[in-house]
Design a protein around this ligand. Structure first.
Ligand code: PAF
Length: 286
């Protein structure tokens, strides 16, 4: 059974003993809970590379824009603890709001050119909230390594740059997206989808395969590929709207002429669920 800490003070004491005094290495898997296969992949990576694996579970209010799903975001701490137990996680850190934010944080973090694009256009304040909580977790836990899924590709790029810019002594380890047998990327928000919506949500993955096929047949024009993806996804029932489809280089700079290794990034509403996903071009076996 993992040790459960709900207060910064408790986990700081644990870190002092195990890392500072006994020199053990620490891997952090930051999550908002409702753990799925994607999280399990992060945990397993951490278990392989560190003496101690800590999973943080905290639905961070700061990263939800006004009117978003903060209240209805799925939560089940007991189930998450069972998943962590099965994966032999050492510590679960599930802080309370009043402990994380004893008063309203006034610090706003911006990573120029990375936090003001794509997701941020549709979720104002989202990345400042993500950066605040990630920095707090890194400061509290001082992990040697922290594990982030490529599923949230923009978040990964923001965190990598933040950690570099501020000389945080933690290595950020990217972990590839985990998909179910049909290609749907695991996400806690998939639990909102009805069976029919889930079927339509597969259009995201299938649009990536389509784009890869077009690319391999010589279509390198970003505009053409984005239109093909958009048209394909919009054909599916329950798809309400597309917030964006973008193709960028690996540092999130939009490209006109697409090359292998560039990224397709998109955000799509299926029913009342907003899904994000991304794809590294040229890597599908088509
Ligand atoms: O990716 C997530 O689940 C969250 O954005 C994170 C990194 C745990 C911060 O709340």
């Amino acid at each position: 059974m993992p040790a459960l800490f709900r207060k910064q003070r408790e986990i700081r004491n644990y870190i002092k003993l195990h890392k500072c005094e006994n020199g053990r290495t620490i891997g952090l898997v930051p999550t908002m809970g409702y753990l799925h296969e994607g999280h399990v992949r992060l945990i397993r990576e951490s278990k392989m590379q560190n003496d101690i694996t800590i999973v943080s579970i905290y639905v961070n209010p700061l990263q939800f824009a006004k009117g978003e799903d903060y209240e209805r975001y799925p939560r089940d701490l007991q189930r998450d603890i069972s998943v962590c137990e099965e994966e032999s996680v050492d510590v679960v850190f599930a802080p309370m709001d009043e402990d994380m934010y004893p008063d309203k944080p006034l610090t706003k973090i911006e990573v120029e050119g990375l936090t003001n694009i794509l997701e941020e256009k549709f979720r104002p304040g989202h990345f400042s909230g993500v950066c605040t909580v990630v920095l707090k977790l890194l400061n509290i836990i001082q992990p040697d390594r922290a594990y982030f899924g490529e599923k949230d590709y923009q978040q990964l790029k923001v965190v990598e740059k933040l950690v570099r810019d501020l000389s945080i002594n933690t290595e950020i380890i990217p972990v590839s997206t985990v998909r179910d047998a049909n290609g749907l990327a695991y996400s806690s928000r998939n639990s909102y989808l009805s069976a029919e919506e889930r079927e339509s949500a597969l259009s995201l993955y299938r649009s990536f395969i389509l784009a890869d096929k077009l690319f391999k047949n010589g279509n390198k024009d970003s505009k053409l590929l984005k239109e093909a993806i958009t048209d394909f996804i919009l054909k599916h029932p329950h798809v309400r709207k597309i917030d964006y489809v973008e193709i960028t280089d690996e540092n999130l700079k939009p490209v006109q002429e697409v090359k292998e290794g560039d990224r397709i990034l998109l955000a799509v509403w299926v029913g009342s669920t907003r899904l994000i996903d991304n794809w590294r071009i040229g890597y599908a076996e088509v």
